[in-house]
Design a protein around this ligand. Sequence first.
Ligand code: AMP
Ligand code: GLY
Length: 429
Amino acid sequence: MDILVIGSGGREHALCWALQKEQAHQIFCAPGNAGIAEIARCVPLNATDVRALADFAEQEKIALAVVGGEAPLAAGVADEFAARSLAIAGPTKDAARLESSKVFAKAFMVRHGIPTARFRVADSVSEARKILQSGEFRETISGEAGVVIKADGLAGGKGVTVARTRAEAEAAIGRLMEDGEKPGTAGGRVVIEEALAGPEASLLIFTDGRDYQLMPAARDHKRVGEHDTGPNTGGMGAITAPEVLDKEMAKRVVREIVEPTLEGARREGFPFRGILYFGLMLTSEGPCLLEYNVRFGDPEAQAILLRFDGDLAEVFDGVAHKNLAGKSVRWSNDASACIVLAARGYPNEVETGAHIEGLEQARQTSGVQIFHSGTSRTREGIWMTAAGRVLGVAAAHPKLEGALQCCYQAIDHIRWEGMHYRHDIGQFA
Ligand code: AMP
Ligand code: GLY
């Protein structure tokens, strides 16, 4: 099969790797990155230029397209491909609203009785301030004070503030609604919701709109600093392990959250086809849904896909052609981890162009896979940093400690000026 993967990060590197691991499919990646170029043919097309992507798929007779991130989906890449009868594993623009609008997602959850944090929507700064002043969100389920401010639109993982004081909440509203900190958010809407407490877990599924298959539950590490300190990032590491979500809780999540979501999307006329990511908080009262993502997480994908057993292209083909029920989805019995190595300054202003040393030695560490998130390569073959998140070092092992040990052993070989990473990935388990 000729397969087109859309995107350019570590998640897309893992997708390309997993797609050609079992069967020698021909993989194209648009636009890809220097690491991906070692295993796929990179095509210099912008991931959100949906027409150019569909033109390319037509010209090259691509059998199947797989979408990495949310931006192409929100731009309508699945609609464009469908209109031209090109196969694509990814939700339509309508279905992608589950991620591209927090207001839409929260209202959808309420319509379908899906447990989520109590919330209100504010359309203006004055309305937002009024909601804060009303004191409505001072008491939370856990009894701990807190309120969460969320930008309505896509914000690259940076649109959420968990505020512990009124001043923090006011500042977040100012940043989002007045200063327009993120493009498109100025003057926009915000969701204000109660802060919940509990361990977080991410459950992802493949679905063709009717049938679905669960993936191993994962846990992201969003804060930049050790022991969950500092600002939120796109993700500094992820693990999969039985401790993330036990069998009983997983059953509840499926019954109370996964199935009502798929059913609700069908009833509302946008059957969800693709990968759906449920961001959960396991509160003392049961599982609550914090958010949907309409795609794999990054770096969750790297940790999850290491455990995939079989021909991943067949599964995506089932998603695209609505016959997932006939496909075999198997996972190794391991735990797994992916640890992100970031450039100086990430998640704020990032320094790029540093010379990466030791990558070849690190690669030889037994059991380790290294996925590139943001690298470039000089003509002489020297690896350079090219983005905030640079590399993801991943391993699977029967025990989580074993997987983590492999990752950290490999990381010991890698260095560049300003490299930083978390030493405590998976320690909660
Ligand atoms: P989201 O983009 O909605 O996943 O939010 C990013 C992160 O903010 C989540 O992974 C949680 O750590 C945190 N968060 C979001 N909503 C809440 C909430 N209602 N209570 C506590 N933490 C939250
Ligand atoms: N790691 C979180 C995300 O991809 O949204």
